[in-house]
Write a new protein. Structure first.
Length: 311
């Protein structure tokens, strides 16, 4: 799931752009400005990935949303572990806001909602997510000054356009109004997101960093976007695979509601079919040669009648 970000004007058109218009006191050499200018191209590419475009249009399958939540859980677990490790390091300490920002526990609640009490036994880190996680751990342990790039890219997005994605997901997946399943986007300890983002950028701009280090942070932020895009592409491939399976000969087999394992069609795929599902029975009959012949004849008659009417 993307960490969507709002446009400079505060609208939703450029959902992945996270910087608002700053006041006149901002210097071109401030880290926030360098990041804003230095990641524009990455923003454009990220917001044009198929996964993000489909998500924003509400075209998100529940199974895919669950997998995106899993990816976020592993990503934020790594990020917050390294943030905890560097909470007293002057190159990162001013940006340490565990009470206000940390997402790991919120994501655990979402996974419990989607997968049940034993959710930890049902999830695993995907290949693309693991590469992202490995990079975060490397940075936290060997180049902690670059941790700024990962924290800034993730959390500022969550507080901005992420709130738009929350509404899209809630509506598209028919999630409860009590916000189960989307706790990731709920920041109970931040009363004013705009003011907090201003504070965060001010803290970041005040870090004692030389020009070379700032450039390396911008480069790392672009890497963070690339890791995110790799996760998006991985999810998109999974989504296409789900779509192909859902069509299986041209027939939809599941409406995306509830546990797919309880659908007799999927049970059949797993070797435990139940003949009691009306839809499954209809699909089976429709595949019989005699039934197909009768249907074809009926369609031919209907087509002839329609042609006659038009003439």
């Amino acid at each position: 799931m993307p960490s969507a970000l709002e446009s400079p004007e505060g609208g939703e058109e450029d959902i992945l752009h996270y910087e608002e218009v700053e006041d006149g006191a901002v210097s071109p050499m401030d880290l926030s400005e360098l990041l804003k200018e230095g990641t524009k191209e990455s923003h454009d590419r990220a917001e044009n990935t198929q996964f993000v475009k489909d998500f924003l249009k509400g075209r998100i399958k529940k199974e895919l949303f669950k997998l995106a939540t899993v990816a976020l859980y592993f990503t934020y677990s790594a990020l917050e572990e390294e943030m905890d490790r560097n909470k007293d390091n002057p190159v990162f300490a001013p940006l340490y806001f565990p009470v206000e920002l940390h997402r790991r526990e919120a994501l655990a609640k979402d996974l419990k909602y989607f997968y049940g009490e034993d959710w930890k036994e049902k999830i695993q880190c995907s290949e693309a997510t693991q590469q992202y996680v490995d990079r975060i751990h490397h940075v936290g342990q060997h180049e902690p000054e670059l941790l700024v790039a990962h924290a800034y890219t993730r959390y500022m997005g969550d507080l901005s356009g992420g709130q738009v994605l929350k509404k899209v997901a809630q509506r598209a997946l028919k999630l409860p109004s009590t916000e189960e399943g989307i706790q990731f986007y709920v920041f109970d300890n931040i009363s004013n997101a705009q003011q907090f983002k201003q504070l965060y950028r001010a803290r970041m701009n005040a870090l004692d960093l030389d020009k070379n280090t700032k450039e390396r942070i911008v480069e790392e932020a672009n890497k963070a976007f690339r890791f995110n895009m790799q996760v998006f592409d991985e999810l998109d491939k999974i989504g296409r695979a789900l779509g192909e399976e859902a069509q299986d000969g041209g027939f939809p087999v599941h409406d995306g509601k509830g546990d797919i394992r309880k659908c007799p069609y999927y049970a059949d795929k797993l070797g435990a079919a139940s003949p009691s599902c009306p839809f499954h029975t209809a699909v089976g009959l429709a595949r019989q040669p005699l039934v197909q012949l009768v249907l074809a004849a009926c369609m031919a008659v209907a087509a002839g009648a329609a042609a006659w009417y038009i003439l």
